[in-house]
Design a protein around this ligand. Structure first.
Ligand code: CP
Length: 324
């Protein structure tokens, strides 16, 4: 693996999931793999899980992670080609990225979309320029359109949960991604990415449900069943993935805060005793109810814990493929 930006960088999803679960059983199995390697974790936006799980994963592989909160501690970066830098930006990505490429063996980056200009965000201007100018393997810690480490974690968590339930021996799971209300404009990254990984995985009946106007980009949901009827979608579901996202067609807008879309135990009773997932952070009793989050069907803590093993499997693949 030369980089990890989307599911397209993964040859075999199930093999990567197995690798992650092997690390969960034996975290220090490859402690020597990353010896004398440095990994830079660059954050242009806040994070709890992604930052800490990637640090732990790096250390489990024997690497020294160095975290740099670019948004708070770095020079303001310029990403536009030919910019006359007489405004607020101080350093061009063309100058900064090659320096980082010399300091580190792997560069991991988190950057959110601006949610102002769809073409700019779809073009992944920021992460693509790090890839272009750093000259070393780049791992997405969430980009303008995707959150691949989260989605790999989600499939790990689903696989692990299915292995503990013999009903899944001869049955494909029904997995539902449901939109949930939120008061702010939230990126589509997690929903895009979950859809992209689900359809590439191909081992589930995958349904996406949301109010009108919240259609995700077709390139991610091709192959999914899409419905505006949440009740119908939840019927017989085995896993329900809850997430808010802002509109893609009316880009970045909050078109609805309809509280009836929030998942409750009553809604869940129509499912097949579904396990409930969310990437966190979550706004309690806005996006997801206390009764679900604190209930026995919630997988959210396990899911967040599994972020370590997803990161470790990906970093291990990159280290193995780039051994000097
Ligand atoms: N799920 C997730 O990416 O969490 P953080 O934003 O805290 O990293």
């Amino acid at each position: 693996m030369k980089k990890f930006i989307s599911v397209k960088d993964v040859k075999d999803i199930n093999a990567l999931v197995k690798k992650a679960l092997d690390y969960k059983a034996n975290p220090f199995a490859d402690k020597a793999l990353g010896a004398n390697k440095r990994i830079g974790l660059l954050f242009l936006n806040p994070s709890l899980r992604t930052r800490l799980s990637t640090q732990v994963a790096s250390q489990n592989l024997g690497m020294e992670p160095i975290v740099f909160n670019v948004d708070k501690e770095g020079w303001a970066l310029e990403f536009s080609e030919g910019a006359i830098m007489n405004g607020t930006t101080v350093e061009h990505i063309k100058d900064a990225a090659p320096v980082l490429g010399n300091y580190f063996d792997i560069l991991c980056i988190r950057t959110f979309p601006g949610l102002q200009n769809r073409e700019d965000d779809d073009g992944e201007k920021i992460i693509n320029q790090f890839i272009k100018y750093a000259g070393i393997p780049v791992v997405s810690l969430e980009s303008a359109t995707l959150h691949p480490l989260q989605s790999l974690t989600d499939i790990i968590t689903i696989t692990e949960s299915m292995a503990q339930n013999e009903n899944f021996k001869n049955k494909k799971p029904k997995i539902v991604l449901t939109w949930a209300p939120h008061i702010k404009s939230i990126p589509q990254c997690v929903a895009n990415s979950f859809s992209e990984w689900m359809t590439a995985w191909g081992e589930a009946d995958f349904v996406v449900t949301h109010p009108e106007g919240y259609e995700l980009a077709e390139e991610y949901t091709n192959g999914a069943t899409i419905t505006h009827n949440q009740e119908e979608a939840l019927k017989d579901a085995d896993f329900v993935y809850v997430k808010n996202w802002s509109s893609y067609s009316d880009y970045g807008k909050v078109l609805s805060t309809d509280a009836t879309w929030m998942l409750t135990n009553e809604k869940l009773s129509k499912s097949n005793n579904a396990k409930v997932m969310h990437c966190l952070p979550v706004r309690r009793n806005v996006e997801l109810s206390d009764e679900i989050l604190d209930g026995i069907n919630s997988l959210v803590t396990k899911e967040a814990s599994n972020r370590v093993w997803a990161a470790q499997a990906v970093l291990s693949e990159i280290l193995s493929a780039n051994k000097k």
